[in-house]
Design a protein around this ligand. Structure first.
Ligand code: ASP
Ligand code: MG
Length: 428
């Protein structure tokens, strides 16, 4: 039975990251492991910058790309003594595809070009991992994920065709052989027309779940820079601790509220086949991390999720009508047209409010909504969610805060509040 391991950019930032990954794999040689690899370090962000420079003709895209290439070559030189090693060519060939795009004017849509350019990060990193494992006498076969994961051509957020994908994966992943690793790319898929698509930022976890599902894997492990799933972000809540067991349900809830557990789409496919999901730390491979399964009764500690950079939008119908179903459906058509994700919503008789991430999508949505509504905005907000709250925690976090909106259910309380500085925040 295959096991799926996903290694993200943070685990492959430099040569010592590669060595660490290899040492983790070395201890699991007796397993049949399929590796899902993301782009190295911050490569995806950097390739996004290349896309933006090229598409909006702002700054020198080729020069920026050169820096990304050099970072990859530096790691290659650190890992491989023999510079005639074929992997140098392979990585170079991957980047040449971007060179070719940059030579022409940007005629195609932004989203299409984005996927063709940004996906090269994973093409390069996965080649490097496969070559490095082979050099370490850990035989590794490289598979092009575009022959496996089929999506529609909704670029930047490809929707998976599960039936075709399952068949492709079974066909293209080598049969279990006992002593060979299989290496493929996260984040990427391919369309029916053979174009590269991506599954959305941070989508490699989802890729791992897709392979886990199709191969009926024994387990899926996401290797992260933290020891497992935490009760809160330790950057803001120093007492945050590891949760050792979670149900799929709880993990989905946490991901939904914005905990950076795992990509939200990851869990459902695994739950459907009851495939255990591990979240483990690549710095602490001796520790078990977090196990996510169907799990019955678990008593959870309070879990805190703080979302930054929020905006609260309140809509008042211009015709002084009440907020009713027709108004609401109108609002949601516009929001979904702009792909705005509502983090929290609330209505009253004369207004409807939503809290969402403040991204570039918000302004065009507001412009459209202003045709029918007076729109009130509040910026510089945070959305605090506490699952399994206690009154004590609510007191601690809502005291002396300017709270604009509050919502409470049996398990979850949420506050939309004015942003605080770190020094104002009391320790958890
Ligand atoms: N490299 C992609 C990103 O940074 C996908 C991933 O890491 O999951 O978004
Ligand atoms: Mg990443």
């Amino acid at each position: 039975m295959y096991k799926i391991y996903k290694f993200g950019g943070a685990s492959l930032r430099n040569a010592s990251g590669f060595r660490n990954v290899a040492s983790i794999l070395d201890k699991n040689r007796d397993q049949n492991i399929l590796l899902i690899i993301s782009a190295l370090g911050k490569t995806t962000n950097e390739l996004e910058e290349v896309v933006n420079r090229y598409f909006f003709r702002k700054g020198n895209a080729a020069r920026y790309l050169e820096k990304i290439k050099q970072d990859h070559y530096q790691i290659l030189r650190d890992l491989f003594q023999d510079q005639n090693q074929n992997v140098f060519n392979e990585v170079n060939n991957a980047f040449v595809e971007i060179d070719w795009i940059l030579e022409d004017e940007p005629h195609d849509s932004y989203d299409y070009l984005y996927d063709q350019i940004v996906s090269i990060g994973e093409m390069a990193s996965s080649k490097m991992v496969a070559a490095y494992l082979n050099q370490c006498s850990m035989p590794a076969a490289w598979v092009d994920v575009r022959d496996c994961i089929r999506t529609d051509n909704n670029y930047r957020e490809g929707r998976v065709d599960w039936e075709i994908t399952e068949g492709n994966i079974i066909k293209n992943i080598p049969p279990l052989s006992g002593n060979q690793f299989v290496v493929t790319q996260g984040f990427i898929g391919g369309s029916a027309e053979n174009f590269t698509t991506t599954l959305g930022r941070e989508g490699s976890d989802y890729s791992a779940a897709i392979f886990g599902y199709a191969l009926n894997a024994g387990s899926v492990t996401i290797w992260k820079d933290v020891e497992g799933v935490l009760t809160a972000d330790p950057k803001y809540f120093p007492d945050a601790g590891i949760i050792s067991r979670l149900s799929y349900y709880e993990a989905m809830e946490m991901a939904y509220y914005g905990a950076s557990v795992i990509h939200p789409k990851t869990i459902k496919p695994l739950q459907n086949k009851k495939i255990p999901l591990w979240v483990r730390g690549f710095h602490t491979p001796e520790k078990e991390g977090t196990l996510i399964t169907e799990a019955g009764e678990i008593t959870y500690p309070p879990v805190i999720v703080l979302k930054h950079n929020q905006i609260l939008l309140s809509f008042y119908p211009k015709d002084f009508s009440f907020i009713a179903e027709d108004n609401l459906s109108h609002i949601f058509i516009i929001l979904s047209g702009q792909r705005i994700k509502v983090n929290l919503m609330q209505n009253s008789a004369l207004s409807f409010s939503i809290c969402t991430d403040l991204t570039e999508k918000v302004a065009p949505a507001i412009a459209e909504l202003k045709n029918s509504f007076a729109v009130l905005t509040n910026e510089d907000l945070e959305l605090l969610t506490i699952r399994h709250y206690t009154q004590d925690l609510i007191n601690r976090y809502s005291e002396e805060k300017e709270i604009l909106l509050e919502q409470r259910s049996r398990q979850t309380v949420q506050f939309v509040m004015k942003k605080q500085t770190k020094s104002e925040r009391k320790p958890h």
